[in-house]
Design a protein around this ligand. Structure first.
Ligand code: CUK
Ligand code: CUA
Ligand code: CA
Length: 618
């Protein structure tokens, strides 16, 4: 009953801090802690103060969490079919996901890692979020007005598409102070049909730019070594990726051969100009312009598209500090974090800094296995230490002082054990100009003994940490289905989701029950139908064996939360229509007989009675 202590202590609405917050679970404490303001246990009916967008990992979706409670509110399917909403079942969702010539889904598995949202004026603007599919090199966009996936882009020429980050503004046009591009890091080298700048058959990784609005692939950059995670600068001028495989190796042992790898910078305005000027090539399988970002082609700083900053062995995450000045590249195989000053990188591109490595303003020891870094509003960074199973809080300014010889500069502020082996972490509005320094979520890869045992597959353990004080305080454990990797946290005021669709947004909408019917054109049959609780507009659907059927269903109910489902027994059809939404499915009526079609979403006292028959004549 230890957790009850947490319940009793948390009687507050969150506006004024309670006298003492007992961490959920009771047993986890950080001795010597005083008052902290984060309440994880909400009273029934209370709403969370933050949204969390969580990558879904193997399920290829985005999970929406309420924070600080950690309650999962929604899953937004993107890359993998979803039986609740009929994602991968309806024609509309299949069109977004992509199909083969026979109409089946091109892919029905995924592996999503990174989710990030669109920016305006350096902060989230609540328009879009994006998520990657590492497995099949796809980028999905979520529109945050409906919390649905509306477009998926396929990246050509790459495998192992890993990191993503939206730009935060345009590098040239003063007026464009919001996200217009999403940058994507291709991790695995693949053979390019006819090479670039020599070495025809050498495997290559590419950095890809996708247009945030159209979701078309705008351009790509061939690089030496690999791409991995991505960071973008607040002025829109720079993007960077950490490189752990500057060796261009195909086996892990060789990937660790070099003592230092790189953080690779991209000069966005110059790349755009090169593409405009026609200085690119294309490969047979796509029309996407590909520019040359290799070392040898970018020796002259004044014309270089890329700059390779040397960082210690096999680095992992790269993150932008909220003061807009630095990128921090975590060491992974090195116990260090490297702080790179962005104005100096720009100086190098202008010919004003002689050596690009002089852009490094600190390289400090943090602990074993540093992976990812988040930020508060007080100049502190929080880095996960995978091997040490810790989060280390460190002060960036003090680290720079220490690096420059001030050995009294104590840059490590605090350490906290987490459970266990953390990968990503993120704090509220961490990578924006407006971090609020309140809560930090940590994605622990191993949960071991933290939850009831359930056989060989353990959940991961997402831990919540209060970072509002000097010391970090562990607040809660949450089991999550594997393997989210990454997430962002933002204030709930940022989005105002719509709860009812607009009929006119659907070209196929059946706007009046009187339009319902079975319309035949030879073998092609269109079924038009509406739903209004507790009935569908047709009592039966009569078909002939072999008919090629498209069934269109519009939900005419206008009330929030009044969703209907439509499932056809033994026909592999099940999807939902939300209020004022239209969806369609196509199938061949290949089995004669009588098949019940019924509402699968509890909508009304007569929900069970909401069913009709489909009669397929032999
Ligand atoms: S990678 Cu998973 S812990 Cu895919 Cu973002 Cu670092
Ligand atoms: Cu309509 Cu249940
Ligand atoms: Ca390496």
């Amino acid at each position: 009953m230890a957790s009850l202590a947490g319940v009793v202590a948390c009687t507050d609405k969150g506006s004024t801090p309670p006298a003492a917050v007992t961490p959920a679970g009771g047993a986890i404490t950080n001795p010597g802690q005083g008052t902290h303001g984060v309440v994880t246990h909400l009273k029934p009916g209370e709403l969370d103060t933050y949204y969390g967008l969580w990558s879904g990992g193997h399920t290829g979706d985005v999970r929406v969490l309420g924070l600080p409670s950690g309650r999962e509110i929604l899953r937004i399917p993107c890359f993998v079919p979803d039986a609740l909403v009929g994602w991968g079942v309806t024609n509309e969702s299949k069109k977004i996901m992509g199909t083969r010539p026979d109409g089946s889904l091109r892919y029905n598995v995924g592996d999503s890692h990174h989710t990030h949202a669109s920016y305006k004026d350096g902060n989230y603007d609540g328009r879009y979020a994006w998520i990657n599919d590492k497995l099949n090199s796809r980028l999905a966009r979520i529109r945050l007005d409906y919390f649905t996936c509306d477009k998926i882009a396929d990246l050509p020429n790459v495998q192992g598409f890993h990191g993503i980050f939206p730009d935060k503004r345009d590098p040239v046009d003063e007026k464009i102070n919001y996200t217009t591009r999403v940058f994507c890091g291709g991790e695995f080298g693949v053979p390019l049909p006819d090479g670039i700048s020599g070495g025809a058959s050498k495997d290559r990784s590419l950095f890809t730019c996708v247009d945030a609005e159209s979701m078309e692939v705008r351009w790509q950059v061939v690089v030496d070594g690999n791409c991995d995670l991505i960071a973008t600068s607040y002025d829109g001028k720079l993007a960077a990726t950490n490189q752990y495989n500057t060796e261009n190796a195909t086996h892990y042992a060789e990937m660790m051969a070099a003592e230092r790898d790189a953080c690779l910078f991209f000069n966005i305005a110059r790349i755009e100009a090169a593409v405009k000027a026609g200085k690119f090539k294309t490969y047979a399988n796509s029309k996407v312009p590909v520019v040359d970002g290799t070392h040898s082609a970018n020796q002259d700083p004044k014309s270089a598209l890329t700059a390779y900053v040397s960082v210690p062995k096999n680095p992992h995450g790269v993150n932008a500090t909220p003061d807009q000045k630095y990128f921090i590249c975590a060491g992974k195989l090195s116990p260090t974090a490297t702080v790179i000053e962005l104005s100096k990188v720009l100086d190098w591109f202008d010919g004003k800094l002689e050596k690009i490595d002089d852009a490094i303003v600190a390289e400090v020891e943090l602990g074993l296995g540093p992976l990812h870094t988040a930020f508060d509003d007080r100049g502190n960074a929080y880095t996960t230490l995978f091997l040490d199973s810790q989060v280390v809080k460190w002060n960036v300014a003090a680290a720079i002082k220490f690096h420059h010889g001030d050995k009294n500069a104590k840059y490590v502020v605090d350490r906290l054990d987490v459970h266990y082996q953390p990968g990503h972490l993120n704090a509220s509005h961490s990578e924006t100009i407006a971090p609020d320094g309140k809560i930090l979520a940590v994605g622990c890869k191993f949960s071991k003994d933290r939850f009831l045992p359930v056989g060989p597959l353990h959940p991961e353990n997402e831990q919540l940490i209060d970072i509002s004080g000097d010391k970090m305080v562990l607040l809660a454990d949450h089991p999550v289905r594997g393997e989210p990797h990454d997430f962002i946290i933002f204030k709930r005021e940022l989005v105002r989701p719509k709860q009812v669709y607009a009929l006119d947004d659907f070209p196929l909408a059946v706007k009046d029950p009187a339009e319902s019917g079975v319309f035949r054109n030879g073998k092609k049959v269109t079924v038009k139908m509406t739903s209004q609780a507790p009935a569908f507009s047709l009592n039966e659907i009569r078909l002939k064996k072999g008919d090629e059927v498209t069934l269109i269903l519009t939900n005419l109910d206008k009330i929030e939360d009044l969703t209907h489902g439509f499932a056809i027994s033994r026909y592999n059809v099940n999807f939902i229509v939300n209020p004022q939404e239209t969806a369609s499915v196509s199938f061949v009526a290949d089995k004669p007989g009588v098949f019940w079609c019924y509402c699968t979403h509890f909508c009304h006292a007569l929900h069970l009675e909401m069913r009709i028959r489909m009669i397929v004549e032999a």
